[in-house]
Design a binder for this molecule. Structure first.
Ligand code: PMV
Length: 325
């Protein structure tokens, strides 16, 4: 090995976080815009340690050789391979450990967050720097194993510093001017396979594009409404767009009775809007509340109808906000 060749000599660390799609899941796969919130308090961290033996994974209840992890960890295996290729470290094995504050397969972006954290940790281990575009491209490679033709939204949102608008691979930070807004997130406890949800919708779309195409367009239009609502600080408008999106996602076959029950309970407790978030067919719902106390009431109602876990995310107004608090 030449003296200049990259080497992993020390443990490396990487950090990403969960995300919630505010509007535009699924339609984003068809080229429409989406808006996502990075949930910085729900972290995913990865530590990788160079090792002599085969690569080892300690993650999500699994503790064993990475190559024996099966399809569930194929995304992580691809993330490691992509990061090693990028760093010129193909022969290097690692012990990989991840730790997450949020559940997986619940529409909160865990596969992209894990891939992104591991990629950053491998690069850190060998002192290799990368631009944000390069990091997103590497995460996208791993996501292609986890999802069927991912839009790239999860990879972007799980490492974004602020809310983003995302469309066809392009992202931009969004203004957020809803003062006092809170997003209550509730886990239905049902695993939702994003891969199956995306694939199922694709088959239905190919069978009836004239019926489903306008519904996807409608979700894209609701995203534009949400972007406007965030920019003007119009919480009721955002809430109405969320409610409408949940109905449309249901018409596309992506909701479940448990998700409808949770969203109904949130609205009944005063939420301005509520919808499923992420791939659907399980996973989480999100609800918009107008302040800390309304958010606590919504959370209680969600707990009362059987949410497995709930979190409250306070929407911070961006620095450029007209009504910054
Ligand atoms: O379920 P999640 O958190 O992986 O979100 C998936 C979002 C989709 O729009 C359904 C798929 C995609 O690739 O954007």
């Amino acid at each position: 090995m030449s003296p200049a060749a990259p080497r992993a000599t020390r443990p490396g660390h990487g950090r990403t976080w969960a995300k919630a799609i505010l509007l535009g899941e699924h339609s984003v796969v068809y080229g429409h815009p989406a808006v996502a919130l990075p949930l910085h308090d729900l972290e995913m961290t990865a530590t990788v340690t160079p090792t002599a033996g085969p690569s080892w994974l300690h993650s999500l209840g699994y503790d064993g050789p990475l190559r024996e992890g099966g399809p569930r960890f194929a995304c992580i295996a691809r993330a490691l391979e992509a990061a090693r290729e990028f760093s010129g470290l193909l022969g290097q094995s690692f012990r990989i450990e991840t730790r997450s504050d949020f559940p997986h397969e619940r529409g909160l972006g865990s596969s992209a967050a894990a891939a992104g954290a591991i990629i950053r940790a491998v690069l850190d281990s060998c002192g290799r720097s990368a631009t944000m575009e390069e990091l997103l491209a590497l995460t996208h490679m791993a996501e292609q194993v986890a999802h069927d033709r991912p839009s790239g939204l999860d990879a972007a949102a799980t490492s974004a510093p602020a809310p983003i608008r995302f469309q066809s691979g392009e992202m931009r930070p969004l203004a957020q001017r809803i003062a006092g807004g809170h997003i209550v997130i509730a886990d239905s406890g049902v695993h939702g396979s994003t891969r199956e949800a995306v694939r199922g919708l694709r088959l239905r779309y190919e069978a009836s594009p004239a019926v489903l195409g306008p519904k996807l367009q409608h979700l894209g239009d609701l995203t534009t409404t949400a972007t406007h609502a965030l920019d003007t600080g119009d919480a009721p408008l955002l809430g109405a767009a969320m409610n409408e999106a949940h109905t449309t996602l249901g018409e596309l076959g992506l909701s479940l009775p448990v998700l409808d029950r949770l969203t109904d309970a949130a609205r009944g407790a005063g939420a301005l809007g509520a919808k499923l978030t992420g791939g659907g067919l399980g996973g989480c719902v999100i609800a918009l509340a107008a302040g800390a106390e309304p958010a606590a009431r919504v959370r209680q109602a969600l707990d009362d109808v059987g949410a497995r876990r709930t979190w409250i995310y306070r929407m911070r107004t961006s620095q450029t906000a007209r009504n910054a608090s």
